[in-house]
Ligand binder design. Structure first.
Ligand code: ADP
Ligand code: MG
Length: 257
């Protein structure tokens, strides 16, 4: 039913908070290896949509499918283990750990399995091998984002932009296929912003799929091949950037906001 190459599909998604409808029947499908923009005025329901997709909230209606498999209502760690992640905020407690420690703590898909392996003496070596591999990958990922020189720095001492790079590095360490980014460029200086967008572009060429919420319209229009516009909990438009720019309903939605 889902065209191959569309790893993420959302149908008729609804999220109600008491009497407030934050997401009101939103639907879209994301192309594999794409960078798709998700925009809309404040309060349009973008973050709540991300929360429903990644299991932070159980939606009150509709479905979320990853490679045709229902993931609606699963726990965030279960969804991450299946290859769909969002960036992880560096919370207060994580600020008191180093960058490298943050990387080694990144949620891992095989955690349950390796726990079982740890109690079986015959395969203990493979646990050590896994740990070694995780460390290597953590370093490689820090190098990729050019923050390896900060490995021993406390996360709390990073600049806003460096922290965004670390959040993205942590997300990638879970070995995802689909990455949801909610305003990853907020508070990021132009140099780091360019670096982050270049990294996204490289990863996209490797087959990673990105869905990006970003309020800077120029960034969206210049970097995304497709743009989904949300307004009042619904998808108002889903089109190429050039068509979105000229869409009267979209212009009205922003002017009316
Ligand atoms: P966006 O990210 O597009 O700015 P949100 O998804 O954050 O929009 O919010 C959509 C609507 O849902 C807003 O009216 C917001 O106040 C409301 N909302 C979001 N989260 C909650 C919550 N946990 N409880 C109650 N209302 C919420
Ligand atoms: Mg938001």
């Amino acid at each position: 039913e889902i065209p191959p190459g569309r790893p993420l599909r959302v149908d008729d998604l609804r999220m109600e908070f008491g009497g407030l409808t934050a997401v009101d029947g939103a639907g879209f499908a994301i192309e594999e290896g794409s960078l798709t923009g998700l925009i809309g005025p404040n309060g349009a329901g973008k973050s709540t949509t991300f929360d429903c997709i990644t299991g932070v909230h159980r939606p009150t209606g509709g479905s979320v499918k990853l490679h045709n498999e229902e993931i609606t209502g699963l726990q965030p760690y279960e969804i991450a283990a299946r290859g769909l992640v969002r960036t992880f905020q560096i919370t207060r407690e994580l600020q008191e750990m180093t960058v490298l420690e943050n990387m080694l703590l990144a949620p891992r898909g095989q955690q349950g399995e390796s726990l079982w392996r740890a109690v079986l003496p015959g395969v203990r070596r493979s646990v050590q091998a896994q740990e070694r591999e995780l460390r290597e990958r953590a370093w490689e990922t820090l190098e990729f984002f050019e923050i390896d020189h900060l490995a021993e720095e406390y996360a709390g001492n990073l600049s806003g932009g460096q922290r965004k790079l670390l959040e993205m590095a942590r997300a990638l360490l879970t070995d995802p296929e689909v990455v949801l980014l909610d305003e990853p460029l907020a508070g990021v200086n132009p140099t780091l912003e360019r670096k982050l967008l270049e990294r996204i572009d490289e990863l996209r060429e490797q087959g990673y799929t990105f869905l990006l919420v970003e309020h800077d319209m120029d960034v969206i229009m210049e970097n995304c091949e497709r743009v989904i516009v949300m307004h009042q909990g619904r998808v108002l438009a889903d089109d190429a950037p050039a068509a979105i720019r000229e869409n009267e309903q979209v212009i009205d939605a922003y002017l009316g906001a």
